[in-house]
Design a protein around this ligand. Structure first.
Ligand SMILES: [Zn+2]
Length: 67
């Protein structure tokens, strides 16, 4: 999925995490997706929040190219 050409357009990424409950969480950086995900966990799944760490969130999150 590489682009050709001489444009030096900087690719921007964002992060998407599909929570098992059906909610899609997004963030524009690793820090943000982690923050957003923990906010969601604390609010909706407090029993899960204790079991997840930053690494788990980042492992589950997909990195997608921002349009
Ligand atoms: Zn959820």
């Amino acid at each position: 999925m590489s682009t050709t050409g001489d444009g030096r357009r900087e690719l921007r990424f964002h992060y998407v995490l599909d929570c098992p409950c059906g909610t899609t969480l997004t963030g524009v950086s690793e820090d943000e997706i982690v923050q957003t995900s923990f906010a969601h966990l604390n609010e909706e799944h407090p029993e899960m929040a204790d079991h997840y760490g930053r690494d788990h969130i980042l492992f589950m999150a997909r990195r997608v190219v921002a349009p």
